[in-house]
Every structure is written in structure tokens, then in C-alpha cells.
Design a protein around this ligand. Structure first.
Ligand code: COA
Length: 174
């Protein structure tokens, strides 16, 4: 996988995706945590908390890379297919200093989907899924970006920053 050197980034001309493991390698944990501490997302406390307090740990332990599995297992008992797919999680813009106006949610989502597509080109798989709170603006956003609702999941006990009692589950085919 390509590595972006920070010195090669020209932030005036385009957006760049940076792999958190690469960033940790290049800058070290203290500097990365310092950068992430400037992320503000008042519309979604869970996203903000994840970026500020969990992202580095997840990256170190490889949690965020473990979601990928083969797809399509038929369960004869329930008469259903189980499809494992990568999860796009914690999608959110940084609302500090008006940074949210620099990129549209559609473009941000597109960047995430292109990343998943690249990985799936190598390892297989066609589906991607995500979970969101039952809020009309979020539902509108994902549905207008071709995601289809397929279920809802009850919140785990430790998911205390999420509003409501469950999350809606959406998928799309890449
Ligand atoms: C989801 C997101 C990436 C979409 O970006 P976008 O399409 O450019 O949309 P905007 O940021 O312009 O927001 C559009 C509207 O949705 C509202 N909205 C966005 N996220 C919301 C949320 N979590 N709860 C309630 N309203 C929300 C905004 O307030 C805005 O309302 P307005 O038009 O009345 O001002 C972006 O809104 C975001 O970062 N939201 C916060 C994080 C989040 O909730 N992520 C979803 C995780 S599943």
C-alpha cells in the first residue's frame, strides 16, 4: 500500500488520505495525539470521542483492519445468507475553525468508499456497511449516497455517547 510522506502533501490543491499507522510511524504518538486533539464534532460526540481517545489505540492494535472477511455464507438453519463486509465507521468532518466547509460529506464518504474498493480489489468482497443514529439528516445523507437500510442493532452497554437505543444499519454494493 502506498505511503504518503507528509512533506509531499500540498494542502492547497487537494485532499489527501493519511493512514493513521503511517502517521504514527512518521510523527510519533505524542504529535499525532496533539493533531487529533484539534478535531471537533459537536453534532456527534461519539465520533469526536473516537478520534480523540480511541483512534490511536485502535490503529496500534489493528482493530480497524479486522472487519474484512470472505463474503457470503449460507446458514441452513436460519435460511439466510451472512455477508461479512468492511464497516465505514466514525465518518465525520472536523468542525473546528470552519474546517467543515472545506469538504462535503459526499466527497468524504467517496474517499472512504474508494479506499474500501482498493482493498476489495485485492482481497475480494463487494459490500460495505455502516451504522448511524436514527436522525433524518443522517438517513437522508446516506440514502442519497446509495446506501440501503437493512437492519437495526441494539446499542452495546458501553456505547453511551450515542443517542437513542439502537443504530440503523446500511449497506451498499461497490
Ligand atoms: C455526516 C456528514 C459527514 C455529512 O456532511 P455533509 O453532507 O457535508 O452535510 P453538512 O455537514 O452540511 O450537514 C447537513 C445537515 O445535517 C445536519 N447534521 C449532520 N450530522 C448530524 C447529526 N449527527 N445529527 C443531527 N444533524 C446532523 C447538519 O446540522 C446540517 O443541517 P443544516 O443543513 O440544517 O445546517 C457531516 O454532517 C458530519 O460530519 N456530521 C457529524 C458526524 C456524524 O454524525 N457522522 C455520522 C456518523 S454515522
Amino acid at each position: 500500500m502506498e505511503t504518503v510522506r507528509l512533506s509531499e502533501i500540498n494542502s492547497n490543491t487537494h485532499f489527501v488520505q493519511i493512514n493513521l499507522s503511517d502517521l504514527l510511524e512518521q510523527l510519533g504518538e505524542d504529535e499525532v495525539k496533539n493533531i487529533l486533539s484539534s478535531f471537533v464534532c459537536p453534532l456527534n460526540a461519539d465520533v469526536e470521542k473516537f478520534v480523540k481517545t480511541k483512534a490511536v489505540e485502535f490503529s496500534r492494535r489493528g482493530f480497524s483492519k479486522r472487519k474484512l472477511r470472505e463474503h457470503g455464507i449460507f446458514d441452513t438453519k436460519s435460511n439466510e445468507y451472512t455477508v461479512a463486509a468492511p464497516l465505514i465507521a466514525q465518518l465525520g468532518k472536523n468542525y473546528a475553525n470552519g474546517n467543515n466547509s472545506l469538504i462535503s460529506g459526499r466527497d468524504l464518504l467517496q474517499m472512504a468508499m474508494e479506499k474500501v474498493k482498493k482493498v476489495q480489489n485485492e482481497v475480494g468482497g463487494r459490500f460495505v456497511y455502516l451504522e448511524c443514529e436514527e436522525k433524518p439528516r443522517l438517513m437522508e445523507f446516506y440514502e442519497s449516497n446509495h446506501f440501503k437500510i437493512f437492519g437495526r442493532r441494539k446499542l452495546d452497554r458501553d456505547e453511551t455517547d450515542i443517542e437513542g437505543k439502537y443504530l440503523l444499519q446500511y449497506f451498499t454494493i461497490l
